[in-house]
Write a protein that binds this ligand. Sequence first.
Ligand SMILES: [Zn+2]
Length: 107
Amino acid sequence: MKKSHGPSLKATPIPLKWCPICKGKAVTKRVFHELLCTECHASGWVSAETGEPLPVEILVTQLGLMLNIYQQRIITLERDWPRVSSAADQYSQNNRRGAGGTNYTGD
Ligand SMILES: [Zn+2]
């Protein structure tokens, strides 16, 4: 990542916080129904520093970056505690059996 020219802001994670209007729910309650929150572009997130909503094109990138970060955390969690995730449970157990036990690949 070079900082030679141009704003590299888009690919840098910006601290986000829950939108104070919709409390991170992306919708606001009205009397009869819920409306998409206009304050945060219906994302539920605003800049943690300014409290202002981010421009949509930056917001999309930020949400993508956050998703990547949390996905990595989940993958790490699943690796360390396979029982945390039921989806990855079988795969991890099979892996464990192969690595810790017979080492037989089954081909
Ligand atoms: Zn909102």
